[in-house]
Design a protein around this ligand. Sequence first.
Ligand SMILES: [Zn+2]
Length: 249
Amino acid sequence: MFRINAPAELTSLEGTWLGHALSFRFGQSCNCWYAIAGVDLNTKAGKYSLVLQGKGKPGVKASFTSAVAVSEKPYPSTSIKVAPEYVAPPAETEARIEEEQALKKRVFSVIVPESLWSGRFQPPAEAEVSGVFGSARVFNGVKKSQHTGLDFRVTTGTPIAASNGGTVILARNLYFEGNCVMIDHGQGLITLYMHLSEIKIKEGDRVQARQILGLSGGTGRATAPHLHFAVRWQGVYLDPGTLLSLNLP
Ligand SMILES: [Zn+2]
């Protein structure tokens, strides 16, 4: 979260950060402007410019640039055993996987300008974390990817709740994700809930923070029942643990 103290005559504040557009909100409680932003896992450590443009009554304009340091963080590596068809999907699933990739690309490409969340982001389940963000994933002995979400240890049938307010942009069964729900919180911020046994909302629904989306399960590429919770922001996956820890005004 970027928190900015700006001259009182400003009525709007926009910014750019690592090629992303930031739209700041004014928080009465902190008397500051704030915006959620993130850093892609592949970003090299270094200093990056945060560029701000403020506007106010006619004639009032303010701009500011600040170098923000991004430092390196080591991530662990974990070995996982899953059914072989999720490491090397059989030929007959190829068309389905391709179709779902195109669907996700479409869903992720829509950015609505208004933001629908308010206050803190809530954990989607009252459960222990069983897998952290960023760990290298070795599936059946082969390094496949980095873990781009946060896993919660839940048994099948545990209610899974929306982390914050938004619009349901996807609620269906996908090959890898299993029964999956995606909520658009606006301005490119999306939360994802995977491997559900049951979905209780539908695409297009407006949901509120803590509203039940479905029940946990182990559908799709999952070793055992758990909730994979992910946060996507303007094309990159961010650490959900960080988002949940933010004390938003
Ligand atoms: Zn996961």
